[in-house]
Ligand binder design. Structure first.
Ligand SMILES: [Zn+2]
Length: 102
């Protein structure tokens, strides 16, 4: 069936999922997705939850662990899971750590 203006999916996000007030968001979902713009799992609110929870990063003691730490930061930047200012501080710290490695 061809997509028409009325055939879009509805957002599957549930407000108050474990209470009597539970209700589905129902906003138009992003094309080909199951959630609307505001509830898409890769959107910023989810990212900011990650950012608030933080993540542990290895203290680089050799080039391999430095690469690993860089990869962790790069992954979170690419996935929009880290505050850009925090990311730049981490990258700068890793740069300093790299300079002090033997
Ligand atoms: Zn929604």
């Amino acid at each position: 069936m061809p997509h028409t203006a009325k055939s879009f999916n509805r957002c599957q996000h549930i407000f108050n999922p474990s209470s009597d007030l539970a209700r589905r968001c129902g906003s138009p979902a992003l094309r080909g997705e199951t959630h609307c713009y505001f509830h898409h799992p890769q959107r910023k609110p989810a990212a900011m939850r990650h950012a608030r929870r933080g993540f542990s990063i290895v203290i680089p003691h050799d080039h391999a662990s430095l690469q690993y730490a860089l990869h962790q930061v790069m992954h979170r930047i690419a996935a929009n899971q880290i505050d850009p200012h925090r990311a730049s501080l981490l990258l700068y710290s890793l740069q300093l750590a790299g300079q002090s490695l033997p």
